[in-house]
Design a protein around this ligand. Structure first.
Ligand code: GLN
Ligand code: ZN
Length: 784
């Protein structure tokens, strides 16, 4: 079928002539799937909507795979990965491979097709989807396997072998990539109703036979390398968990014999104990390490590396968009070669390139100077190859010189450095930045002005964003409508939102955020030091992608960002109008962050900019200001030992933003998650007056966590209904939730609000839902 035979030969020939005697020792851990213009996203969504056929979707996917393989082959990469493509997620692909389909999907055996696969990923009319959770500390989400002691595993998806063969037919011999068996189990969760004592790792002997079948088929198809991704090795593992690696790879040893076996780790350094376990695995011939985030692994390598084995040195950052410092990488690689031996070092990426943007070529609007500082996935492939060639004595001097010039320009650019900002941020370190009065006294002072009823009602910020609104913003940006027309349109929208809330009798109002496309982009566009891409998309989950801003320079705020709209909104009502800001930690965690200074320094700079905004809002008469920290938890490091340091500067950054306001100014914060049992003390340390949080599962455990909060005295608003669903929560249900909360929280601290912003909902859902929310709050008030 594939017209590949001929072009495949052409590519091999290209490799041969481009470097004399065959491809250099270079490797890519994995590659983005969506395509340079999100082709896969649109193909999938069209298929899900019934607008195109399975064959059409498969064709788009096959074209993307072949163009990626060819691109890597063309660049000269020796170890090109396959099976890193996915229609949804690589962990879900592994669940399919193992036939570990939860029973609710009524799978009848046989090869798993789109129907079962997408039902697991997205749910269907009858059963909900499997749970999704964050992939380590990235913004990618994987589908969590649900396992019970009696799962019957079977080899039910031959995708890994099919992709290997598909590449082979194009003349490209790839390294098939599998999620390793131990990481697979460690990333799973026990199915509902399974006893607590059940150990997921006890399933290892049941999944190994499937892995053996896969390996045998890959070998039969001609594979000479296999890559097992075992990223859990960088986490805090106990002896029992480490033993599972020893056991699993000993079991696999005979079926792997004669093959080159790469165990790939990423996202952090490998702890000493894990390194010992890993390097003692006999079946393994190569190790992949993240040397960008895990530079400490180098010390372990220096102390000892198994002789005769390969080291895949991840020196090109898969998590960011900066051009590599080639000279510095080359000298590290040479040093590593000195330790592990000549021809034993393979140049690689720090992790899969899935977590960076796809191709700089499509950035036609970024200015040349900034563009020269960047490398997206396609450029990183070239960097890896250039380093591999240089390591083998064929340095492309011109390429290295251009890279050095770009780095020098970035270092000396006045757009990057703002001495005033540097000084102000440096002065923050070591001090505490706390409001002078404690929270109870502040709330009392605020209440004198606000006069709120008990169980005050509010919303989290955004109101529905309809197509007209998005069109107006687009047209204004493109200079197609005048500023005056734009302002009038937004003013009308705000007015509508204010009127609705007054009619609903909500106590603390919001302006609805109609002027904002995205809670980070909106601020980034107004701050200096930020750049925006046209196509710098990164997969978040399934077909969903995000386009993080790039923080390239010192951050400052040239002028007020929200005061105009917030004071306009306040002038429309007598009720308190919340000023609405995104906090520094969230702006940081949802951006590509500069790599030439520590993250906390960048965060302090953003905090100072937001502080200016908070104080300007206060001056403009705004008495309630919400500073969203939706992504504070996301920044938690992978290892316990590093948590305290992060939480300390993150929480400090938040406090910097509002330490200067009067007691009578009420500071709210909002967080989009509820699992912070472990970081509750940090949340309290943020010292906000009111905290609203997601609580869609009405988790009593969560509320008990807030007993701590009660001692502290701040207002708490656990969401009373789930905004992620179009369902309208009945009054009784909300009232019931409030009652349950009151069993744990004192009535004077409890706020009543939805889980999160309403921008993804329709007015037809929002109005009745909020009506019921206010009715429920009033009902309970009468019972107090
Ligand atoms: N204020 C934002 C909104 O309502 C908060 C969104 C969020 O927490 N993700 O849209
Ligand atoms: Zn939220």
């Amino acid at each position: 079928e594939h017209a590949g035979k001929q072009s495949g030969d052409a590519f091999r020939a290209h490799n041969l002539c481009s470097n004399g005697y065959g491809a250099m020792a270079s490797h890519i851990v994995g590659y983005p799937r969506m395509g340079p213009k999100r082709e896969l996203k649109f193909a999938m969504e069209s298929f899900w909507d019934g607008k195109s056929s399975a064959e059409e979707l498969q064709k788009v996917a096959a074209d993307l795979r072949s163009s990626i393989w060819k691109q890597m082959a063309d660049a000269g990469i020796k170890h090109i990965p396959s099976n890193t493509f996915s229609y949804y997620d690589q962990v879900l692909d592994t669940t399919a491979m193992l036939g570990a389909v939860p029973s609710r999907y009524n799978w009848n055996g046989g090869e798993i097709g789109f129907d079962i696969y997408f039902s697991m990923a997205r749910g269907n009319a009858i059963v909900p989807a499997m749970e999704m959770t964050k992939w380590f500390d990235t913004n990618y989400h994987y589908i969590v396997p649900e396992l019970s002691p009696d799962v019957k595993f079977s080899y039910a998806s031959h995708k890994a072998v099919e992709e290997y063969k598909e590449a082979k037919a194009l003349g490209i011999d790839t390294v098939p990539v599998l999620v390793g068996p131990v990481s697979y189990l460690l990333l799973s969760k026990p199915a509902k109703g399974v006893e607590r004592s059940f150990s997921l790792l006890s399933l290892i002997d049941k999944i190994i036979p499937i892995y053996k079948e896969v390996v045998a088929e890959l070998r039969a198809a001609g594979a000479s390398w296999i890559q097992f991704d075992e990223p859990t090795l960088v986490k805090d593992l106990d002896t029992h968990q480490l033993q599972a690696f020893t056991h699993a790879y000993a079991e696999l040893e005979s079926s792997l014999s004669g093959l080159n076996v790469l165990i790939e780790t990423y996202f952090a350094d490998v702890p000493a104990e894990a390194y010992k376990t890993l390097t003692s695995l006999k079946a393994v011939t190569a190790y992949g390490f993240d040397l960008v985030r895990g530079a400490k692994t180098l010390d372990l390598i220096k102390e000892g590396f198994p002789s005769g084995k390969y080291l895949f040195a991840g020196v090109v950052d898969g998590r960011n968009i900066w051009a590599n410092n080639l000279a510095s990488s080359l000298s590290s690689l040479q040093a590593i070669e000195g330790i592990v031996g000549k021809d034993k070092v393979v140049v690689s990426t720090s992790c899969s390139l899935l977590h960076t943007a796809v191709d700089l070529v499509n950035e036609t609007k970024l200015d040349q100077e900034i563009k020269s500082w960047l490398a997206f996935a396609a450029q990183k492939v070239i960097e890896v190859n250039a380093l591999a060639k240089a390591l083998s004595g064929q340095k492309d001097e011109a390429f290295f010189a251009a890279n050095a010039a770009a780095l020098a320009s970035r270092k000396s650019s006045p757009r990057v450095t703002n001495e005033g900002v540097q000084k102000a941020a440096a002065a923050l370190k070591g001090s505490d930045h706390r409001r002078a009065t404690n929270v109870s006294a502040r709330l009392e002072a605020q209440q004198k002005n606000l006069n709120l009823p008990i169980l005050p009602t509010t919303t989290i910020g955004s109101f529905p964003q309809h197509a007209d609104l998005r069109r107006i913003r687009r047209e204004f940006k493109a200079n197609k409508i005048s500023k005056e027309d734009y302002v009038n349109f937004i003013k009308e929208e705000i007015n509508k939102v204010v009127k609705i809330q007054e009619e609903l009798d909500i106590d603390v109002l919001v302006h609805g955020e109609p002027e904002r496309n995205d809670m980070v982009e909106y601020f980034g566009e107004q701050l200096s030091g930020f750049a925006f891409t046209a196509n710098g998309w990164v997969q978040s989950y399934g077909s969903r992608c995000v386009k993080p801003p790039i923080i390239y320079g010192d951050v400052s705020r040239p002028e007020p960002m929200t005061v105009f709209w917030s004071s306009m909104a306040q002038s429309m009502t007598k009720r308190p109008m919340k000023g609405m800001l995104t906090g520094p930690v969230t702006i940081l965690n949802w951006s590509f962050v500069r790599d030439d200074q520590p993250r906390f320094e960048t965060c302090y700079q953003i905090a100072l900019a937001i502080k200016d905004e908070v104080e300007d809002l206060e001056k403009a008469g705004i008495t309630v200001i919400q500073i969203d920290e939706a992504a504070l938890r996301e920044g938690l490091p992978l290892r316990k030992s590093e948590e305290a340091f992060y939480l300390n500067w993150a929480v400090h950054s938040f406090r910097i933003t509002n330490c200067g306001v009067k007691d009578t100014t009420q500071i709210h914060t909002h967080m989009c998650y509820s699992n912070f049992n472990d970081i509750i003390h940090s949340i309290i340390d943020m010292d906000a007056d009111v905290i609203t949080i997601e609580n869609s599962r009405s988790d009593e455990k969560l509320l008990s966590v807030f007993r701590e909060g009660v001692k502290y005295g701040a207002g708490i608003g656990p969401g009373v209904y789930d905004i992620h669903s179009p369902r309208i929560p009945p009054t009784e249900e909300i009232a019931d939730r409030i009652t349950k909360m009151l069993a744990v929280l004192e009535s004077h601290v409890l706020w009543v609000n939805p889980d999160c912003g309403l921008k993804t909902r329709k007015y037809a859902e929002v109005k009745p839902a909020l009506t019921n929310m206010v009715t429920a709050a009033k009902l309970i008030r009468t019972q107090l």
